[in-house]
Design a protein around this ligand. Structure first.
Ligand code: ADP
Ligand code: MG
Length: 330
């Protein structure tokens, strides 16, 4: 159990010698069958890291091991890339004038036509694109093209699927479906998936393991819930999306003293109380979220957000008590 399929050792790739661009001294390993999400702002080195893992880019230093074998760089083989991995990039690399079926089937050899057909149909079933079988790629939406690209990547005994910004072209409803499908695929087939994204919600929902990348460096590597509860620095807290971030001066306005520069907390850490006397906040906005509300609260000119689980309990312009029970300092 807990077999490591990929190990990344001291991986460094700099595009320019003078200026930091690329990745620096990256170390981590991946358990077989896991979904790993690599999150970082644009330019943080996500695509560079993926390309090094796949063998499309030659690292300056360090190595990538797949099942204990070093992944070869582009200078060491005729066709760059690793036979047991597949990478789906934002441009999908599909033959846009060919049919969906043919795009996927083209990955298989013609030695056994029957097997080729059944395998292709089965993979289309997996990705919910059976209905699109005879359509040309050019006739499909971005989300549909993406499913075809994934089906094509997976059909030839792929052990590791690399996805570069897989959700960027998909609207939010389809996004949820695709996320669920990716998760199911990984669990059903034992496939290992590495996905990179600038959108943390992709990673948090899906991943068994989450890596935070900043300016080419690996800041944090842990379970998503651990990173969410305990971001190691302000960048991570910011990139996770929903945190309330106050400067020291703002925090002081709310009665929170800190020696650090920032105070950070999540809306769900704020307790709303009706008995507590100090720290009165005014409800500036109520954002309806379905089974709860998010409240925008203000006190002494400082705005925070809090969850109201009893939807509709406090209304705009109400004055309420809010206690920031737990917070982080950076
Ligand atoms: P991300 O995928 O996180 O947006 P990239 O890995 O594409 O980041 O890029 C990381 C950094 O390396 C960026 O600063 C980018 O400008 C630089 N970079 C990427 N590719 C090249 C290249 N071929 N030549 C020079 N610099 C590059
Ligand atoms: Mg990129």
């Amino acid at each position: 159990m807990n077999e490591q399929i990929i190990t990344v050792n001291k991986l460094t790739k700099q595009y320019q010698q003078t200026q930091a661009s690329g990745i620096t001294d990256i170390n981590f390993s991946i358990t077989k069958g896991d979904i790993v999400a690599i999150i970082g702002e644009s330019g943080s080195g996500k695509s560079t890291l993926l390309k090094c893992i796949y063998g499309l880019l030659k690292p300056d230093a360090g190595e990538v091991l797949m099942n204990d074998k070093r992944v070869k760089g582009p200078d060491e083989q005729l066709i760059p890339g690793n036979a047991e991995m597949k990478m789906v990039t934002q441009d999908f690399s599909l033959n846009i004038y060919a049919k969906v079926y043919d795009n996927i089937a083209s990955m298989l050899s013609n030695t056994d036509i029957k097997a080729k057909e059944s395998k292709t149909l089965e993979m289309m079933e997996h990705l919910h694109i059976t209905k699109l079988k005879d359509k040309k790629i050019i006739e499909l939406s971005g989300g549909e093209q993406q499913r075809v690209a994934i089906a094509k990547a997976l059909i030839s005994d792929t052990k590791v699927l690399l996805l570069d910004e897989p959700f960027s072209q998909v609207d939010s409803l389809l996004k949820n479906q695709l996320r669920a499908d990716i998760k199911r695929l990984a669990k059903e087939t034992g496939l290992t998936i590495i996905l990179v994204s600038h959108d943390p919600t992709d990673g948090l929902f899906l991943a068994d393991q989450l890596l935070i990348l900043k300016q080419g460096q690996l800041l944090q590597n842990d379970k998503p819930e651990t990173i969410y509860q305990n971001p190691s620095d302000l960048y991570t807290a910011q990139i996770l999306g929903n945190a309330v971030i106050l400067t020291r001066e703002e925090a002081l306005q709310l009665g929170i003293k800190t020696a650090k520069q920032h105070v950070v907390f999540y809306p769900e850490w704020v307790e709303l109380k009706s008995t507590w006397q100090s720290r009165r906040f005014e409800v500036k906005e109520v954002y309806y979220k379905g089974f709860y509300d998010e409240l925008l609260l203000e006190r002494n000119g400082v705005k925070i957000r809090a969850l109201q689980l009893n939807s509709g309990e406090h209304k705009k312009n109400d004055h309420i008590q809010a206690n920031i029970g737990h917070f982080l300092e950076f």
